[in-house]
Design a protein around this ligand. Structure first.
Ligand code: ADP
Ligand code: MG
Length: 328
């Protein structure tokens, strides 16, 4: 009898300890900062959360050293500086360039990682708008063409002098994807990543069964257009409200249509939801250029991603496969 009571006592103690550990004591680790020319917030839960945070931060630093065109130590900087000549690159840079070329190819060049010269011409690199002449545009357009980005045997070349790579449309998604994969290998309980607004989530949500991702309203400060519900995956948004210029009442966003040379002002914002970060990021940039034409293309080609689009009049359209609650 005494033994039985003892056993029950032990069992209760064990159960209470387990309950407290599961519900109140959560190992977690978080870090904020600026890397890759953007704000970063990474948050991990689980036994190896600290380890994950340290590894992931190092990965982000190394991606900055590889992909950031403003970092004079980076490989992309080197490729740009030596445009016209072959430059040896790491396997990782070769990999991301192949992926960027893939999106250029399937978008018939509307997504173009060689957009650099146009970004510079319009003043997006030095922060002051310059409205180019038709002649300048024509000349600069000759320096923008993903087909002139060549890769061979661990080497990369931009075919013409004056060309330059800008991976701003894909690098954040690439980083999110890489961090998600690292986290999965570490068996973490849950992960939340925000790399300059490209959001990646994994594992059981903090509350309820779904992660709720709030999408900013492109015009109303502090307001949202609605909430997305996902179990895991990546949410990337391209909009005309974060990096842009306004002149004479006209808005010039930092995403440029490589066919016309002009900043795209088809829509106010587009959000892409995908199980893959690279896809989400590259397609958000592409759909921003496409604007409302993107709806048709989604039906024909991109049904495996979800899309939420805010058009020029502020009207919201969503593809039927996203769980999205619009804020009225
Ligand atoms: P954000 O940086 O606001 O998250 P995006 O993911 O759409 O938005 O990336 C925009 C960036 O993509 C620009 O700052 C520039 O670096 C690059 N970019 C601009 N136009 C294009 C384009 N047509 N194709 C590919 N990249 C582009
Ligand atoms: Mg993008």
């Amino acid at each position: 009898m005494r033994f039985l009571r003892y056993l029950i006592f032990l069992f209760v103690i064990f159960f209470v300890a387990f309950y407290i550990r599961e519900n109140f004591y959560q190992e977690e680790s978080q870090k904020n900062g600026i890397l890759m020319d953007t704000f970063i917030n990474i948050h991990f839960w689980g036994k190896d959360s600290k380890k994950a945070e340290e590894i992931c931060w190092k990965v982000l630093e190394s991606l900055d050293e590889k992909l950031n065109r403003f970092n004079t130590k980076s490989e992309i900087y080197k490729i740009n500086k030596n445009a016209g000549n072959w430059v040896g690159v790491s396997g990782e840079v070769e990999d991301i360039l192949r992926k960027a070329k893939h999106y250029a190819e399937i978008s018939d060049g509307l997504f173009d990682p060689t957009i650099g010269p146009l970004m510079r011409l319009w003043g997006f690199y030095n922060g002051s708008l310059y409205i180019p002449t038709e002649k300048e545009l024509k000349k600069t357009l000759e320096k923008v063409n993903w087909k002139d980005l060549e890769m061979w045997n661990g080497k990369v070349r931009l075919r013409k002098k004056g060309m330059s790579l800008d991976l701003g449309g894909i690098a954040k998604g690439y980083a999110v994807q890489k961090l998600l994969e690292i986290s999965k290998n570490l068996n973490l309980k849950r992960v939340f990543l925000d790399i300059g607004g490209t959001i990646g989530v994994y594992g059981k949500a903090l509350k309820g069964d779904y992660w709720i991702i709030r999408i900013r309203h492109p015009r109303r400060e502090g307001k949202i257009i609605g909430k997305i519900k996902i179990k895991e995956g990546v949410v990337a948004t391209s909009g005309d409200y974060e990096r842009f210029f306004i002149k004479d009442g006209k808005r010039y966003p930092h995403i440029i249509n490589p066919k016309t040379g002009y900043p795209s002002s088809e829509i106010m914002s587009v959000t892409v939801i995908s199980s893959n970060g690279i896809t989400a990021d590259a397609l958000s940039t592409l759909f921003f250029v496409l604007g409302e034409k993107g709806k048709e293309l989604w039906k024909d080609k991109f049904r495996d991603v979800g899309i939420i689009m805010v058009n020029r009049n502020g009207e919201v359209w969503k593809s039927e496969n996203v769980s999205f609650e619009e804020e009225k």
